[in-house]
Structures are given as C-alpha cells and as structure tokens.
Write a protein that binds this ligand. Structure first.
Ligand code: IPD
Length: 311
C-alpha cells in the first residue's frame, strides 16, 4: 500500500544516512592516521582491480541485519553477500519485494580517499526499482527517490537541477559524457574476454562519443568525458542533469538499481544500448531482472537551449 511504501522509504533514507556515517567514520580514522598510513587495507576478489575492504563487509552486514529485523519477509541482495557466496538465490524475482544494496560503491576510490564513493540502497517490487537512496558522505550529498514522489538532492532540491537541451532532439551541444571501464581485465583474445576488455570498452565508448557528439555538426562537440569510479554516482549526476549521458558495460544489479530508480523518477532514461547506438531507438530498461550488463543512461530532458542560454 502507499502507507507501507512511505514507511519503507523513510526507513531506507535513515538506513542510508547511518550507513554513510559508518563509511565516513572509517574513512576519518584513516584521514587522521599517521602520515603514509592513510590507505585502507583491501583484498582482491576476482582480480587486482576488483577489491573489497572490511568497511564494505561491515556496512553490508549492518544494512542486511537492519532490514531483516524490520522486514523479515523481504529478500536481500548485497554485493558482498553475493561475492562471498552466501547468497544462493541472488536473482531478483517478481514474487518477493527485494532490497538490492551496494554498501560501498566506488571501493577503489574509498581506499584512495577519493571522495566519489557512496552507499546505494534500492527497494525493488516486481523487478522495478521503486525506491532509491544514495548517500555520498564525503560530498555530503544524499539522493533519494520514491516512485511518484520525485527525485531529490539532500531532501530539498528537486532533480534535475540542470536543465538543458533535450536528447536526442537537437543532439547534445556541449554535452558532458561519463563512462566507467568496469573491472574486467580478461585477455581480449580469449573467447570469454570478448567485449569485456578495457581497451575495447575505451574504443567503443570513444566511438560513441564521437558519433553522438558529432551529430550537432559545427559546435556539436562534447564538452568533456568523465570517469568517476562509481556507477551509482554516475547515475545520480545524470539524474541531476550534470551529465548528459553515462555508459558502462559490465555492472551488476547493485551498482545500478538505486541509480535507475532515481534517474527514472527525475525523468531520465536507462537503456540496454551497446555503443555506438542511437538512444532514440534503444530498448528502455524499467526492470532490473533483465540482467543487462550494458547500460546507457540519458539525463532528464529540460527546456530548450534558448530557454537555458546553454549552447
Ligand atoms: C564498481 C564501481 C565502478 C564500476 C564497476 C562497479 P564497487 O563498484 O561502480 O565504477 O566500473 O562496474 O562494480 O566495486 O566499487 O562497488
């Protein structure tokens, strides 16, 4: 019911704030540590760029136990529980309301104290993320959304903040692209490595940027290309309108579920597009059960360039 959803939304926001505080408390210990001792200890998972810290597992355990106490019937999917092999039924099913959580998105950033990290909490009903809570404590940015209630920054500013030329009409003049390279470092020549290799991703992304950015003809250039190291924050900044397009091939449900909820509520789109492609014809994702590993996010459309003065 609507009342239940309101209660779950309030609970998710508090959970995000508490988890973000845990991330920051653990980071502060390092900021205040002796010179040279600041880098957080980490362990490799699949390879040397796929890492986990004690903070990831501690924060996930806190979120998981809080949810189990309050909503014992709900399913829980978390990045670290899944990686540890203790979540046997990680697939999101239509029958169970499901929480999909990344306790620390941007783990590499976190270990280096680069501020782009956050906790990401999504509540999913029948495969659709209906609540998204994303908290980046170092940046003091809390992104929240609930279906039908808008998308918000710090609970007061309605998203998108930046309103610019609609995409793809009048193709993105002066747009900012964002992309992530993922963690797949397999040999591109092996059958399994095909498509996952870093070099190929860079190449296909650059092709897409050139193709879309060039459409505007003279002046239709891309202003900039960014890579933050947090798929969740990429989606949040796309919902904000700061990024026009974000692309990544290779993420998991917990990397994107809360961000998709936020972006859709702000009026943006997520598609299964494999670049180079045309956002206008790509298949739109509303259901995280689709299991797509390729995401293209397009920011909410706003008033025309003449209204905003942006050219
Ligand atoms: C990763 C980050 C990264 C993206 C990866 C994610 P993690 O999440 O979002 O930017 O490229 O696909 O798995 O491991 O830091 O939670």
């Amino acid at each position: 019911s609507a009342e239940q959803l309101d209660e779950i939304y309030a609970f998710a926001i508090q959970l995000g704030k508490d988890a973000g505080k845990m991330l920051m408390d653990a980071a502060a210990l390092r900021i205040n540590s002796a010179p040279g001792q600041g880098q957080q200890a980490f362990e490799d998972k699949d390879n040397a760029v796929d890492i986990v810290t004690k903070t990831d597992t501690d924060v996930e355990a806190f979120i998981h136990s809080s949810i189990s106490k309050k909503y014992p019937d709900h399913k829980f999917i978390g990045e670290e529980t899944y990686s540890a092999g203790s979540s046997k039924d990680y697939l999101i099913t239509p029958d169970h309301p499901t929480w999909c959580v990344d306790p620390l998105d941007g783990t590499v950033n976190y270990t280096h104290l680069f501020p782009m990290f956050c906790v990401s909490i999504a509540f999913i009903v029948s495969g659709s993320p209906v609540i998204g809570v994303i908290y980046a404590p170092f940046l003091n940015q809390l992104f929240t959304s609930c279906k039908g209630k808008g998308a918000w920054l710090n609970e007061t500013q309605s998203l998108p903040l930046v309103k610019a030329v609609p995409i793809p009409a009048n193709a993105p003049k002066g747009c900012v692209f964002s992309c992530e390279w993922g963690k797949d470092r397999r040999d591109p020549d092996s059958e399994k490595g095909k498509g996952g290799n870093l070099g190929r991703k860079v190449e296909s992304f650059v092709n897409m940027a050139v193709e879309i950015g060039g459409r505007g003809g003279k002046g239709g250039m891309v202003h900039g290309v960014r890579s933050l190291g947090s798929a969740t924050l990429d989606l949040a900044y796309t919902a904000m309108g700061a990024f026009d397009i974000w692309w990544e091939g290779g993420c998991w449900e917990w990397d994107v579920a809360a961000g998709i909820a936020l972006l859709q509520e702000a009026g943006g789109l997520v598609t299964t597009a494999n670049p180079p492609s045309d956002p206008a014809t790509a298949e739109i994702i509303t259901d995280v059960r689709l299991g797509s590993r390729l995401y293209l996010a397009i920011r909410p459309a706003g008033p025309s360039a003449t209204e905003t003065g942006r050219q």
